[in-house]
Ligand binder design. Structure first.
Ligand code: ATP
Length: 351
């Protein structure tokens, strides 16, 4: 038996996670995976009620007892600094040392790309975003705050260990998945200290993978080529901040935030899967949110749990629904959140 933690969170997280759960339950039945799903009510309501964001024993419990975590989204207009969201999401990412943020950019339905005339084969790459360092390490401070002389410093942390392990993860993935090329994106022409470290680590790691081509590209050029020539990418590795921005652009290339999935991984240890989108307060509670990003995140979880056939079938079912316009309104479909989840499960049920 493997225990899976389910944390729907806030806003549309509460609406899309039940749809991803339907898919996990299908996989459980169909493949006898023996996944046991346990629910946690962490999020804005709980935080406002009793000031608990991420309980003190949560990390230890997950490390000891759980194989994976499925999370929805965290964010609520009532909590202006979004303190609880940072505590929960960044707390889990750093506390469980989930140093790989893996985000696929794969065009499942050619009609969904805003780029003209792109075939699905052309837009199919994965981004390895470093997930624990950079400016997200929250090291810095403010001086003379609120005065005309104020200073704000936000340090960009790049450790040799942190950089090397994400680069290794990208090459290992490329080798295991028959991908031919890893491209590292940085801004080493300007950030001559931090990103020079990335350059050296990348070159050194690359020598251990002679079967995989190693390329380098400046992040600004990469942003342009995402739009003009996305077919040139296979596996991308980059730092936390650039990866954050780049993968939203990637989501845009394949049909928008509603479709984008992600995994936060520590190889061999409990890992977290979540849609890329946030809590989307503007559409929360209406039953219109697209659950496909959450469902594709569940598919990534199944792959992580070695249920490879189940994972592939879920992705295939999502692709079929997209092609048949069995989608939510923002993609031109007529289904609500649960109707869209049901349509995907219906296609899985007849396999
Ligand atoms: P947060 O503060 O939690 O990040 P946000 O609203 O600022 O929330 P997102 O939730 O990531 O940011 O999304 C931005 C917009 O994209 C939303 O306001 C919503 O209109 C749209 N959107 C995001 N996710 C979905 C989805 N699953 N289905 C449909 N529309 C979505």
């Amino acid at each position: 038996m493997r225990r899976i933690a389910i944390i729907p969170g806030d806003g549309i997280g509460k609406e899309v996670v039940p749809e991803a759960v339907k898919v996990l339950e299908w996989a459980n039945r169909r493949f006898g995976l023996q996944l046991r799903l346990d629910y946690f009510d962490w999020g804005a309501d709980r935080y406002l009620r009793d000031q608990v964001s991420l309980p003190a024993d949560a990390l230890e419990m997950f490390r000891r007892e759980y194989s994976a975590i499925l999370a929805g989204a965290f964010g609520d207009p009532r909590i202006t600094d979004n303190r609880h969201a940072g505590d929960i999401l960044l707390g889990l990412r750093t506390g469980l040392d989930l140093y790989i943020n893996l985000r696929p950019v794969k065009l499942l339905d050619e009609r969904r790309s805003p780029l003209k005339g792109r075939s699905a084969r052309e837009i199919d790459f994965v981004v390895f975003r470093e997930n624990t360092e950079g400016p997200y390490a929250r090291i810095g401070g403010q001086f003379k705050r609120g005065t005309g002389d104020e200073v704000a410093i936000q340090e960009d942390i790049n450790t040799r260990r942190g950089v090397e392990r994400i680069v290794v993860a990208a090459f290992e993935y490329a080798r295991a998945h028959g991908r031919k090329c890893v491209t590292m994106a940085d801004k080493s022409n300007v950030l001559t200290y931090g990103h020079e470290l990335w350059q050296r680590a990348f070159r050194e790691v690359a020598t251990r993978y002679p079967d995989v081509e190693a390329r380098h590209q400046y992040i600004d050029a990469m942003a342009m080529f995402f739009v003009t020539d996305p077919g040139r990418y296979d596996v991308i590795v980059t730092n936390n901040l650039f990866g954050d921005i780049l993968t939203d652009l990637g989501a845009g290339l394949v049909g928008g935030l509603g479709l984008a999935a992600s995994a936060n991984i520590h190889p061999g240890s409990v890992s977290l899967f979540e849609p890329v989108h946030g809590s989307a307060p503007d559409i929360a509670g209406k039953g219109t949110a697209n659950p496909m990003g959450a469902i594709l995140s569940a598919s990534m979880m199944l792959e992580f749990l070695d249920a490879l056939t189940a994972a592939a079938e879920v992705e295939q079912a999502v692709a079929e629904c997209l092609k048949a316009d069995e989608t939510t309104v923002e993609l031109g479909g007529r289904l609500g959140t649960s109707g869209c989840g049901d349509a995907i499960v219906r296609r899985l049920a007849v396999r």
